[in-house]
Every structure is written in C-alpha cells, then in structure tokens.
Ligand binder design. Sequence first.
Ligand code: NAG
Ligand code: NAG
Ligand code: NAG
Ligand code: NAG
Ligand code: NAG
Ligand code: NAG
Ligand code: NAG
Ligand code: NAG
Length: 771
Amino acid sequence: MLFLSLISVVIVSVRGLGSSCSAPVTRGAAAPEDPYWLETIPHRGKSAFNDDPAYEVFRNVKDFGAVGDGVTDDTSAINAAMSAGARCGEGTCGSSTLTPAIVYFPSGKYLVSSAINTYYYTQLIGDAKRPPTLLASPNFSGFAVIDADPYIPGGAGAQWFINQDSFFRSVRNIVIDLRQMPAAAPAIGLHWQVSQATSLMNVVVEMSTANGTQHQGLFMENGSGGFMGDIVFNGGKSGITVGNQQFTVRNLTVNDAVVGEVTDWYVGWTYQGVTINNCQIGFNLTTGGTTSATQTVGSEAIIDAVVTDTPVFISNSVASNGTLAGSLVLNNIVLENVPVAVGVLNGDVVLPGGTTHIESWGQGNVYTGESGDAVFTQGYINAANKPWNVVDGNGRIFGKTHPQYADYAASQIVSIKAEGAKGDGKTDDTEAIQKVLREYAGCKLIFFDAGTYYVTDTILIPAGAQIVGEAWSVIIGGGDRFQDQNHPHVMVKVGEAYTEGVLEITDIIFSTVGPAPGAIVIEWNVHEPWDQQGGAGMWDSHIRLGGAIGTDLQVSQCPISTINPSCQAAFLGLHLTPGSSAYLEGTWVWTADHDLDDPLSQQTNVFTGRGILSESLGPVWMIGTAEHSALYQYNLVNAQNHWIGFAQTETPYYQPVPTAPAPYSSNRAYNDPVFSDDIIKAWALYVQKSWDIVVFGAGFYSFFQNYTQDCLATYTCQNQIFNVDSDSTVQVYSLSTVGTTYQLSVKQQGVINQSDNADGFQQTATAWFRW
Ligand SMILES: *[C@@H]1O[C@H](CO)[C@@H](O)[C@H](O)[C@H]1NC(C)=O
Ligand SMILES: *[C@@H]1O[C@H](CO)[C@@H](O)[C@H](O)[C@H]1NC(C)=O
Ligand SMILES: *[C@@H]1O[C@H](CO)[C@@H](O)[C@H](O)[C@H]1NC(C)=O
Ligand SMILES: *[C@@H]1O[C@H](CO)[C@@H](O)[C@H](O)[C@H]1NC(C)=O
Ligand SMILES: *[C@@H]1O[C@H](CO)[C@@H](O)[C@H](O)[C@H]1NC(C)=O
Ligand SMILES: *[C@@H]1O[C@H](CO)[C@@H](O)[C@H](O)[C@H]1NC(C)=O
Ligand SMILES: *[C@@H]1O[C@H](CO)[C@@H](O)[C@H](O)[C@H]1NC(C)=O
Ligand SMILES: *[C@@H]1O[C@H](CO)[C@@H](O)[C@H](O)[C@H]1NC(C)=O
C-alpha cells in the first residue's frame, strides 16, 4: 500500500509541472446506470450572435414532452424540440450559423408517426451509452423517419434546402426501427441528402425482411458530401440508396437486405471497411454514362470488405469496355459463398467470385509514371502499398470512431464557460482558454460550451488534451498579430513541436475575423503515442473561413468581382509539421464561396492563401476535403505514410482574377509551389519529395473561370491540377477531375489527358502509380 501511494505521489509531481489535477483522464468513471454525461452536465452554451437571449442550443426532447415509452406518440414533442427558437428551415431559410442546436434523446423508445424534419445546423444525438430507438408507428406517414431535406408539400419538388449547400448536420447513437410498418410500405429510415461538414455515426436501421419488403435504410438523391461511419442496416429492399457527388463511407454493415447499396449516380465514392451478409446483390450500380447529361456511377473504390452468402458482390448495369464508363477499384475483398464478384446485369461475369480473396482489382484506365498511355484494364492492378503504420493488426486501414467518451462521468467534464471564457464573439478569451487548457489538459474532458470564442494570440492545446465542442463551437482568431503574411502567426497550436500524447478534438470550428492574411489557423505538432494508433486526431471539426456572422468576411465586405485586401482570411488553414501524426475524419477546410448568413446565399470573394500543408512523416489519415484556397488545397512536402480517403477539392471560383498566388505571394519558407504564365490557378494536390502516399479516391473540381462556366465543356477551366515531382512515390486510385485538361502532371508537365477518361460530368482515371 505504502509503495503504491508513493508511486502516485511521484506521478502527481510530474504532472504538477503543467497541470493542477492528479489523475490523467484515461478511463471513464461513470456508474453503469448513469445517463450519458451530455445529458446531465449544466448547459451554458449560447449562439454568440443570436439576438434572442432565450435561444437555447441544447434541447432534451423530454423537456419538450417526449415520453420515450414506445407507446406514446412523441412526434410533436420531438419536432417542438427541433424547431424552438426561430430556427433555419421550412424552405424559408437556406442556411444560417445563428441557430445551431443539439436535439438530444435520452435512452428510451420514441414512437413517431411522421417525419422528424431536421433544421439546418442540427446534431441529433442519442445517449451514447444506451442508444435510444426511434420507432416508426404502424401508420407512419411521411418521407422518412429522419428527414434532412424535406420536400415541401405541394411544392412541385421544392425542398427546404439547396442540396449542395446543406452543411453542418450530424446524427449519432440512434436506432431507427421500421419493422412495425407494413413490409410493403415505402418506408425510409433516413433521408440524408446532405453536403460537406455532415456525419452519421453509430446509427442502426432495422427493417422488414419479409418477401417483397419495400423498406430502405438510407435514401440520398443528391448532394455534395461528406462522411459517414459505423452504420448498420438490417433487412429491407436496400441498405442505402444513394446519389451524391462524393462521399467517404467507413465501416458500413448491411445484413439480410435485398441489395446492400443501390446507386444511379455519383462522381466517386470511397468505401473503407464494408460487411455484407446474406443479400442478393452487394452493390447494384447503374453504369455506362459518359457525359454530364447521362451521368451514372463514375467511380467506386472499395477497400477492406467481407461479403458472405450473397450471389453477386457488384453488379454493373452495362459492360465497361473502355468506351463505356464506370471505374471500379477493389482492394482486400474477402468473399465467402459469393459466386459473382463483378458482373453485368443480365450479362457477363466480369470477375468470378466463390469463396476467395481479391487482393486488388480494377476496371478502367491505368497509368504508370510519366507515360500518358491509358491501359484499359479489367483485372489485377497494382495493390495499394499501404504504409505499415496506417493499417490495423489485420492489415486493414485503421479507423477510429469520433470519440464520444460514453463512459465518462459528468464530474470528469470541465466547462470552459464555467471557468471564465465568455464565448460571446467579442470578449478576448485568449487568457481564459489558455488557463483552462493548462489546468485541465490530460485530467478532464474540456467542454467548449456552444459559443464563439475570440482569440487574439496563439492558443496552445497541450498533448493530453481532449476537447469537445457543442454543435460546433467556434474558436475565431483576429487582431494585429495575424496581419503580416510575411511573418505568419499561429492561431491554434496543437501540441508543442515534437511532443507525443493523446490529443482529441471533436465538434469545433476554427475560423478568423478578417482581415487575417498572416494567420496559420492550426499548426498541428503532436504525435500519437507509440502504442495508441489514431491517438492524435480531429473528428467533425472544420476550418471555416469567412461567410459567417462575426468573420467580417461576408457578402457586404467581400462581394464577387472585388479584390479587397481586407478579404484575406488566412495565410494557411492546417499545417501538419514534421514531428506530427494526425487522424482527420470529417475535416473540411473551407473558404467561403458564399455567405451562410445572407438570406440570398450570395457568393463572396474571400481569399485564403493555402489549404493543408503536410510535412508529417505519418501516420496520417485524411478523410476530409479542402476547397477554395488560392495556392493549393493540399501540399505534401517531405511527407510520408499518408492515407488519403476521398479527397475533394474545388479551385477558387474567382481565379484567374486574380491569378494565383495573388493576393498572396509565394513563400519559400513554406515550400509553396511555383506559379508561372502557364500555371495561374490553385493546385488541388501538389506533392514534393514525399513517400508512401496513397490517395484512395479523389475529386478535383475546377468549375469556373472568373465565375463563368463556358470552360467546363472544353475542359479548360484549368490546365493542370495535380502535380507530383520526380522524387515522390504516390499511388492514386479513382482520380476524377472536372473542367481540367490534364488530370495529373509530373514536374508540371501534363501526363493524363482527360480526353481518354470520359465518365460523366467528370473524367476518371482508375489508377496511377509511381513507386
Ligand atoms: C397513428 O397512430 C398514432 C399512435 O397510435 C396516433 O397518435 C396518430 O394519430 C395516428 N396517425 C394517423 C395519421 O392516423
Ligand atoms: C416471394 O414472392 C414472390 C412473388 O409473390 C414469389 O414468387 C416468391 O416465391 C417468394 N419468395 C419466397 C422466398 O417466398
Ligand atoms: C436533386 O434530386 C432531386 C430529386 O431527384 C431533383 O429534383 C433535383 O433536380 C436534383 N438536383 C440536382 C442539383 O441534381
Ligand atoms: C463498426 O461499426 C460497428 C457498429 O457501430 C461497431 O460495433 C464496430 O466496432 C465498428 N468497427 C470498427 C473497426 O470501427
Ligand atoms: C439492380 O438494378 C437494376 C437496374 O439497374 C434493376 O433492374 C434490378 O432489379 C436491381 N436488382 C435488384 C436485386 O434489386
Ligand atoms: C464497347 O461496347 C459498346 C456497346 O456494347 C460498343 O458499341 C463498343 O464498340 C465497345 N467498344 C469496344 C472498344 O469494344
Ligand atoms: C471577370 O468578370 C468580370 C465580371 O463579369 C468582368 O468585368 C471582367 O472583365 C472579367 N475579367 C477577366 C479578366 O475576364
Ligand atoms: C488530348 O487528347 C486529344 C485526343 O487525342 C487531343 O485532341 C488533344 O490535343 C490532347 N490534349 C492535349 C492538351 O494534349
């Protein structure tokens, strides 16, 4: 005993150097019967710029009269919790950052008889310890149990939101049960027609398995996503029925459905971890379109799947033979009693199945090195050389769910507001935040109550910190220190350089008050502990620059066709430094192309220098997107061991007015790409002296030329978009581009000519390698 207590004294004194608490938060202390801490902590969160002092961000449906006994109809109580406080929706408001909300469901069974229509900027969160069930009543009438973009009755197809602009939504820890409804009813669990900065996690949909069932787990007709993960669909006509520009899906399970995934269109989706049991078809894909008018499935990239007792894994509606499109990439697929791996509807078997393992297989044009010769392939393609430290013990790409700290006790949470930060969007909270981080990092979960926290200098988040926001709390930097692009200054420093430890950030937005041409929004230094893969990361946390109240970078200051120097939002979004590792899941680095708080959603000319710069030696997992920075969206320099899931980028709409890098200048200290008379637009991905980089799905879009779109039809919005130098080793799969002449360049010489790869709205090269 004495010996043990001596040891703990020693630990205290070591920890005491930086923090005043005695035990590191490594384990939750909640009693088994305790509800999830999010339910019981005091709720102090406010929307900083909302004029209504009574506006509440956190809403427990039981406070609005929901009973949760599986018998009482709770629909109107839930919808009251959703809509209270003049929120944004109903087709009269396209977007707003003023009315964020968490609609919280304690454990229980909530009977619903019509749709839960979700307003903009809502997180629907169930008790993470004992997820609640939304039980559709036998007489349920409505489009879907959870409807993210309702159709307006009698509106001739009009909906509440513009599907490509439907940002900031999440559903977590919820079971949806459709089984009381007749099997023949066209029931839908989730209508999830959404875009970036959205997520689903830990969601289950239970459906009828009766012969002829018409139930569908998730339905999505279009949008521009996004990420979803840890989702399970049982029964039904289909698990998910989806069309959307792009998505990354991690850890999808479909059991006992007729079809796992039904798709009639998209540019490209990446699936990472798929389990399909006892379906008729795993993926039923409509294929064959080669123009935007005939858009079908452009590309599908699946890694790490286990398929069991299913006659066909992947069905294409027409054969792909080099002129008819439909790119496919399969990697590490385990089939058990699956006679056809890839087949054509009512036609040929393209790849026989059985009980077997498919190491690597592709359909489409494959390229190597500096040769622009397309080799049409339906067969083995070089397997991704997965970096050793991005895979788990089974050789699959490692994944880690957004931490929710289900087993933590309310006493293990510290509120940043209770500790003195104001979060009102104007008080300088730099000192208050720094004090809390110093005191509690590694000891308590640090809760950023909803609000906008203004900082005027660097905030250091030390290794050991676990930070949780509430409906995307905002940390916003501004002031004198962020003005000089020749001497950029860090706003949020994640770990001191070359430190190691657990560091987790969830549900936070990082932003700036303009002008801030010298701001490095996040400098990420921390490295995961040697024994904790994914220990340092961010989930559902975004860098959002301009386009919102409080940024001074809205349509009134920064209308299009103006180059206002005061509309410079940041020098660089995210910098992964050489000593760092990072697990980034659902991290959107977005410079506003339009104003979220303008009733007309007008476009804006906001300028950010750079998106993501990585010099990390890894491991790095990036399952996110980057859009609209002036010089590049991703720049990898001396980087190593990166796994990049579907990477989606857009070139700024204003370019070439001004031409890149203006209004910034190239900075050698940051290894900026060189621009010239020929290279005048932002790079989507620029790779310099980097090794073992795997890009598994990419959509690099260049839609505009000075806000006009004539260039789309001629693929001349941009000449080059993705460059690899002569030293780097990169493997890229499912590479789609829009509006761009060369899909890939080596040493700034175009290699892959888009004309070989017509695939719908986009062009797709199935694979490119350089070892
Ligand atoms: C459906 O059933 C519920 C619960 O039994 C009831 O409250 C509701 O009024 C019914 N709705 C319709 C449209 O019949
Ligand atoms: C399902 O229903 C169809 C049409 O009624 C019928 O032909 C088929 O035999 C049924 N299958 C099973 C397994 O009951
Ligand atoms: C999205 O899907 C709906 C329903 O199919 C359709 O009416 C609408 O035109 C689509 N919008 C876009 C931009 O594709
Ligand atoms: C996948 O999701 C299921 C259901 O949420 C979960 O139980 C499982 O742990 C997840 N697996 C991984 C590898 O994340
Ligand atoms: C798969 O999709 C095709 C349309 O491309 C459809 O005809 C067929 O019935 C679907 N198969 C199943 C099992 O749903
Ligand atoms: C591919 O298939 C289409 C439709 O069956 C056919 O018209 C075309 O000639 C084929 N192309 C090649 C290269 O075989
Ligand atoms: C860019 O567009 C604006 C607005 O249409 C126009 O006035 C300007 O001349 C254009 N500039 C160039 C270089 O095309
Ligand atoms: C791309 O290939 C097409 C068809 O061969 C050709 O007409 C065009 O000139 C090529 N483009 C470039 C930039 O080389």
